[in-house]
Design a protein around this ligand. Structure first.
Ligand SMILES: [Zn+2]
Length: 123
């Protein structure tokens, strides 16, 4: 039981210190540096628990694997590098105006913004 707690802590700290949303595979690759025997299924299980505890949130974009980032309560905009497929979290500097006009009868409840291009490592 104690060991599981330590695994969960390592996984949370990996996600937290990454500063960008990670796929479960990326989380696993980083976490095994501290826990060499950590399995991928165990990684998934801990990530799921962290989500249920609202310590981590899933980031979903169409055609992309779900990534996970630390839930710090801040709104974030994501930047996708189209070369290495990494996703980066940026501070949300948009005002609350949607970037498009909606016709009469539609009511906007929210919107998501994603920037894309190349990251410094891929430029
Ligand atoms: Zn890149």
């Amino acid at each position: 039981m104690k060991r599981q707690t330590r695994q969960g802590e390592v996984i949370l700290s990996v996600i937290r210190s990454a500063g960008r949303p990670l796929t479960p595979l990326e989380i696993h690759q980083l976490a095994i540096q501290e826990i060499p025997r950590l399995g991928i299924a165990t990684t998934y299980r801990h990530v799921k628990t962290l989500c249920e505890n609202h310590q981590v949130v899933g980031v979903d974009y169409p055609g992309q694997p779900t990534r996970y980032e630390w839930a710090d309560g801040q709104d974030k905009v994501h930047f996708a590098c189209r070369t290495c497929d990494k996703l980066f979290a940026l501070e949300d500097t948009t005002d609350d105006e949607p970037p498009a006009k909606v016709p009469n009868g539609f009511k906007v409840k929210g919107f998501e913004v994603m920037l894309y291009g190349t990251c410094p490592e891929c430029k």
